[in-house]
Design a protein around this ligand. Structure first.
Ligand SMILES: Cc1cc2nc3c(=O)[nH]c(=O)nc-3n(C[C@H](O)[C@H](O)[C@H](O)COP(=O)(O)O)c2cc1C
Length: 248
């Protein structure tokens, strides 16, 4: 795992990262006084674990994503499938939150939620969204954009049936994004549902299911020294992908 070692210089810490494939250790500049918390403006890292070159990436960005995701798994990162999902309301107001990636294949990126939630309503009005992964220990970001559609009932049901019973009941108990007067309301609903479905399998709520974002843009970002990061951006062109390097 990542370890921070203090060097002689009081304001310099060495970021000793096992994922480093460049012989230089990544240097993290930290504020000098131990007693005082750092000012936000002084927090910064100099990224130098890895590089990202056109010659090394897969021509297909979904396969490239799968490669980076496997590396995030092997690196034991906490919740590597947590991603920021940004949606837009009918009148153009953006909102973002974390959801969990539950599948990726050539057709796109799948997540599950409540169709009546704020994000569900926004996706009904504007079926376009963006996803962002940030894998700090690997100094990597992935940005994905595309059109969103609901997954089939069969696909949702297969996933719903695989969830722990508590999560299945939670999907019934929570009117996601609605105001509730007290937490006790949720606890009471859960208790009632436990009784209602005692010794029975729990059906999928009709308002709960999956979405698939079909990407038309995927950007891979690798942190580099002096803020000269690597950014490789794929854009869909009919049946193929065009790859371009973007300025950091
Ligand atoms: C690590 C993490 C994982 C989450 N995973 C999901 C998820 O897979 N699906 C979901 O609906 N909400 C998930 N949430 C909760 C959302 O961030 C959010 O609070 C909720 O979906 C309501 O969002 P909305 O009101 O914008 O629709 C997760 C939150 C965190 C912090």
């Amino acid at each position: 795992m990542v370890q921070l070692k203090r060097l002689d210089k009081p304001n310099l810490k060495i970021y000793n990262n096992k994922y480093c494939d460049i012989p230089l250790p990544a240097l993290v500049l930290m504020p000098s006084q131990d007693s005082k918390p750092p000012a936000i403006a002084d927090l910064r890292c100099d990224y130098r674990l890895k590089a990202l070159l056109e010659t090394e990436v897969n021509a297909n960005p979904i396969q490239q994503f799968q490669l980076w995701f496997d590396q995030a798994l092997q690196a034991d990162l906490p919740e590597p499938n947590a991603m920021t999902l940004a949606t837009v309301s009918a009148d153009g107001r953006p909102s973002a939150r974390i959801v969990l990636l539950k599948g990726v294949d050539p057709a796109g990126f799948v997540f599950y939620t409540n169709y009546q939630s704020r994000k569900g309503q926004e996706l009904a009005a504007t079926p376009w969204a963006a996803l962002v992964f940030w894998w700090a220990e690997l100094e990597r970001q992935v940005r994905i954009e595309g059109r969103v559609s609901k997954v089939s009932d069969t696909e949702t049901e297969t996933y719903f049936d695989s969830r722990p019973r508590g999560s299945q009941l939670g999907a019934w108990a929570s009117e996601q994004s609605q105001v509730i007067c007290d937490r006790i309301v949720l606890e009471q609903r859960l208790q009632d549902l436990e009784q209602q479905y005692q010794d029975q399998s729990i059906p999928r709520p009709p308002h709960w299911g999956g979405y698939r974002l079909q990407p038309d843009l995927i950007e891979f970002w690798q942190g580099r020294p002096n803020r000269l990061h690597d950014r490789l951006c794929y854009q869909r062109q009919d049946q193929s992908w065009a790859l371009q390097r973007l300025s950091p």
